[in-house]
Ligand binder design. Structure first.
Ligand code: BGC
Length: 747
């Protein structure tokens, strides 16, 4: 029987190849309907049951005999923590030994690369280079799909304004517009143009929604978000991903206004299904259906299953509650079979679109895996994106790039320089990284610095930031005996990521003390900071000569860092999260409201205005900020009209000139402020940007187009409209370095 079904699917699929899209869709639905008619209740629920590939005896999990469950048709997909051989066995069991032979999904967290690690997503966002980001996920998809994975749990589309939250590293930063552009690029990267291409995978937008707003930056905590803020901010990147055709969406762990995302009708039904017409399926986060019990909204598994399924959580990741509860609930009529069929249809249609019915083994080819994993061009792309993601924060007297002729010796200091531990150079969520393939900083120094000048390497402190007296002494001595220090400090890769919330976001341990003692030698110091979140650098940014944020750069870390030190690459990264002046400022973000008592300027010291009495209101380094080895001039913006109607397109133009002596890239940023509206609007909001590469002396006219869409917001009556009135347009190279013009939107 199962062969027959697969054959029928294959013939249907071949025939439909040349037909137009909607007929194709109709055909897929018909085939899927035929299959659904043949399925038992348990087989239907089985398709909604996504399991972990190797057992952990987690308190939430029951050990299941996986083979037995697959044979019984009770598994829809597996997240495998194992090799391809095992995946082939599981797929064979599903196809040959289950009654209907429905192939399995294989899913995995592929957040910034599979084996070739790219910089962490927060770093990637600082490149503002959408093509490079798309390409990184294209490569991640190629490596994952060549390893048997057909469904990746990414991109992460949460927005966060709080440096304490560990999962910042997975995100595209604090801005909804930039994150939406990146969301689209990532969907294109993972899913490609055609899911049937076996080098593409289904992507999964996560975590829906409001997870980045957890109170206190504390992972899994509650979030309180008004509908206006939810729509204008947290939902935007998800909407963009749905518009770009993302196939799956994962729930968040948190409650939003008291209701867990996993059973949130407003999010899953009103927004995702009804307003956005999302055609794919949703998946719970790991065990999040079970977690309705500790959340205190379900008294037992049965109630958890009812609430989450009815709200629109289509499939169950790892809790097995659907498998245990739904068949009974359908028999009892608590959940309608029609409703189950709807969820099963969503799953099967995607299996069909991936081509799994035609060839269940299309992703399971060991030859392909050998060819693609860690390929040279993948590493090259990772190295390039790493250099594009570095953000140069300080560069006194243009000390960088290094002129090696000026020095006889370098003191290289830092515990991560020759380390492949603690995800140091690759960052957390490193999928199936092979750490032995990482180019460390010492590797790159040995190859490219040692032949030029001598250098010594000392740790200075331990991996978690504790600098012991003898380590400090050794580092100081090595600097005293050298001409310049290159000091690499910050957070190791395990300091951020899931469950990685912190209350202290200054440099870990006593690294500040180490830097101050090094600075006291009077030797020039280049400080390279590794991080998975914004850090407070106020205590040390003036102690050093150059300060470059390298995040966690990935497999080619050492090479990318040396490229940058030697000027073989030129920094162009711009911060996508505000770097606080003091940790008491968090949450801090550039697009805040004016308030009723705004300061006149950053130095305004009056009582009773929106300021702190012990710290500035502004961050140390603002959103959009980052230096280059060359310099750029941005001319004041010019408008095509000073008054526009809603149907008009406003052209905003400026001239960008490379006024320095090196090839470099600048990100020209356009912000808008709606001066008077029915609800208070942010003091500026990013609406467009362009990353432009110019040769020394070269200039280019940069033009942006603004339409009514860019001026819309959720008004006092919760209508998404543009209100007539005056707007300011700002153009510049950071959210704090801007030139202004105004225009009026006519009624
Ligand atoms: C995370 C998800 C991830 C899932 C599966 C959860 O703990 O929140 O982002 O996809 O685990 O690994």
């Amino acid at each position: 029987m199962k062969y027959l079904i697969i054959l029928v699917f294959s013939i249907f699929t071949m025939l439909s190849c040349s037909e137009e899209k909607h007929r194709k869709t109709e055909k897929i639905s018909n085939q899927v309907d035929q299959l659904i008619q043949k399925m038992s209740l348990k087989e239907k629920v089985g398709q909604l049951n996504m399991l972990k590939g190797l057992y952990s005896t987690d308190i939430y999990e029951q050990e299941t005999d996986l083979e037995k469950a697959i044979k019984a048709g009770q598994v829809g997909g597996i997240t495998p923590y194992t090799d391809m051989e095992q995946l082939i066995k599981w797929q064979k069991t599903a196809v040959d030994s289950s009654r209907l032979g429905i192939p399995l999904f294989f899913s995995f967290d592929v957040v910034h690369g599979y084996q070739t690690m790219f910089p962490i997503p927060l770093a990637q966002s600082c490149s503002w280079d959408l093509k490079a980001i798309e390409n990184a996920d294209r490569i991640a998809a190629i490596e994952a799909s060549a390893s048997g994975i057909n469904w990746v749990f990414g991109p992460v589309l949460d927005l966060c304004r709080d440096a304490r939250w560990g999962r910042n590293m997975e995100t595209a930063g604090e801005d909804a517009y930039l994150a939406s552009q990146i969301a689209k690029a990532r969907v294109r990267g993972y899913q490609g143009k055609n899911l049937k291409d076996s080098l593409t995978v289904m992507a999964c937008a996560k975590h829906f929604a409001g997870y980045g707003a957890v109170e206190g930056g504390l992972d899994y905590n509650a979030a309180e978000i008004s509908e206006r803020h939810m729509r204008e901010y947290h939902l935007k990147p998800f909407k963009a991903a749905v518009e770009e055709g993302i196939t799956t969406v994962m729930n968040a762990f948190n409650t939003v206004n008291g209701i867990p995302s996993t059973q949130n009708d407003f999010l899953l039904k009103t927004i995702l299904q009804n307003e956005w017409s999302f055609g794919g399926f949703t998946v719970s986060d790991a065990n999040s259906i079970y977690e309705l019990i500790p959340h205190g909204v379900a008294k037992d598994q049965r109630e958890a299953a009812i609430k989450s399924f009815k709200s629109g959580s289509n499939t169950d990741l790892w809790s097995e509650i659907y498998m245990q509860e739904l068949p009974k609930l359908i028999e009892e009529g608590v959940i309608s079979e029609h409703h189950i069929n709807e969820a099963v249809r969503r799953v099967l249609e995607l299996k069909q679109k991936l081509g799994l019915f035609e060839d269940p083994y299309r992703y399971l080819n060991p030859q392909r895996q050998k060819k693609f994993l860690g390929a040279e061009n993948h590493r090259k792309a990772s190295r390039e994106l790493a250099t594009k993601s570095f953000v140069l924060l300080e560069n006194k007297d243009a000390i960088l790039p290094l002129d090696l002729k000026k020095y006889n010796s370098i003191a290289l200091i830092g515990p991560m320089n020759d380390s492949r531990e603690f995800r140091d150079l690759v960052g957390n969520w490193a999928a199936r990284v092979k750490v032995e393939e990482t180019v460390t900083i010492v590797d790159a120094f040995e190859q490219r610095i040692r032949p030029e000048i001598n250098y010594t390497q000392t740790a200075g402190c331990g991996h978690w930031g504790k600098c012991k007296e003898d380590q400090i002494r050794e580092a100081v001595t090595s600097l005293q005996n050298s001409d310049i220090g290159i000091v690499v400090l910050g957070e190791n890769g395990y300091s951020s990521g899931e469950g990685g919330s912190k209350t202290d976001v200054t440099l870990p341990g006593n690294q500040e003390e180490l830097i101050k003692k090094l600075a006291a030698t009077g030797k020039p110091i280049i400080l390279l900071v590794m991080a998975g979140r914004p850090l407070v650098l106020t205590e040390i940014n003036e102690e050093v000569d150059a300060l470059m944020l390298c995040w966690q750069p990935g497999t080619e870390a050492g090479n990318a860092i040396v490229d940058m030190l030697l000027g073989e690459a030129n920094p162009s990264g711009k911060l996508t999260m505000s770097f606080p002046y003091h940790q008491g400022q968090v949450p801090i973000y550039y697009n805040h409201l004016n308030t009723g008592r705004p300061p006149k300027n950053p130095e305004d010291k009056r009582w009773g205005i929106t300021k702190y009495s012990d710290a500035p209101r502004e961050p140390l380094y603002p959103f959009g900020y980052g230096l280059s080895y060359t310099s750029f001039e941005i001319k004041p913006p010019e408008l095509s009209h000073s008054h526009i109607k809603k149907s008009d397109t406003l052209k905003v133009s400026t001239v960008l000139k490379n006024t320095g002596d090196r090839l470099g890239a600048e990100v020209v940023q356009l912000y808008i402020r709606d001066l008077v509206a029915s609800v208070a609007r942010p003091i500026k909001e990013l609406k467009a940007f362009k990353r432009i590469v110019l040769k020394p002396g070269e200039e280019q006219v940069v033009t942006f187009q603004i339409t009514e869409e860019d001026l819309k917001f959720w008004d006092i009556n919760m209508n998404f409209i543009a209100e007539p009135g005056q707007f300011e347009v700002y153009i510049g190279n950071s959210s704090h370095h801007l030139k202004k013009v105004s225009f009026t939107l006519k009624p």
